[in-house]
Design a protein around this ligand. Sequence first.
Ligand SMILES: [Zn+2]
Ligand SMILES: [Zn+2]
Length: 76
Amino acid sequence: MLPLDPHADLGRRAWVPCPGCRDDRDCGDCTGGRNCGTHWRYLIGTAGSLLHLQCPGCTHLWSHETGFGAGGSRPF
Ligand SMILES: [Zn+2]
Ligand SMILES: [Zn+2]
């Protein structure tokens, strides 16, 4: 088990399905597109359209490509 990232802030949450445990799979709130009170992920950071996330349930760390720019302007 990895320790939770010390930079993870409870105020920074993201609702992305965890590829590690998929605990949102059978949840009505998650599958309905609502911000579930149980199955959120730590939003550790962003890089352009990439989100760096950690699952508080299984401590899986991964990056999620949102497919759209988070900052607006691009260098190229
Ligand atoms: Zn997980
Ligand atoms: Zn849920």
